[in-house]
Design a protein around this ligand. Structure first.
Ligand SMILES: [Zn+2]
Length: 138
């Protein structure tokens, strides 16, 4: 594990020294396992067009189903899957008509799902520095 006191600078070799905890296949297995434990079904579909928009993924709370564009690959696939799981975890009961009618509200929920997905994938894969480290570097 990589620990650092708050306020201490990141050692020059720190970022390079951080290795992923798990590989990409293990990460995908964990995410699909998480969806299963949460009783969410995951469907790969050719294209997702919803209300005139082309989407990479979609969570339907009514049938607890996540739709993913089957053309997605690699990190983007894992990110979109985790993003849709995040909608279930964070936004159950909040994805009604207001989500589609109020762009500001929708943007807020999308950002929350993005942040959640990024945080989980950062922990699993060390794909990017933690947000707190990014803030400290700025
Ligand atoms: Zn979303």
């Amino acid at each position: 594990m990589y620990f650092r006191e708050a306020g201490q600078p990141i050692p020059a070799a720190g970022a390079a020294a951080i290795k992923p905890h798990i590989n990409k296949d293990e990460a995908m297995k964990l995410l699909t396992g998480l969806a299963k434990v949460l009783k969410l079904s995951v469907c790969l579909v050719d294209h997702i067009n919803y209300r005139g928009e082309k989407l990479n993924g979609l969570y339907n709370g009514a049938n607890r189903r996540i739709y993913l564009d089957k053309h997605l690959k690699g990190y983007k696939l894992r990110f979109v899957l985790m993003h849709e799981i995040a909608h279930y975890v964070l936004h159950t009961g909040k994805l009604g008509p207001r989500y589609w009618k109020d762009p500001t509200y929708r943007q807020q929920l999308e950002k929350e799902a993005d942040d959640y997905a990024m945080s989980i994938l950062n922990i699993l894969e060390r794909r990017q520095p933690f947000r707190s480290e990014v803030k400290e570097m700025a």
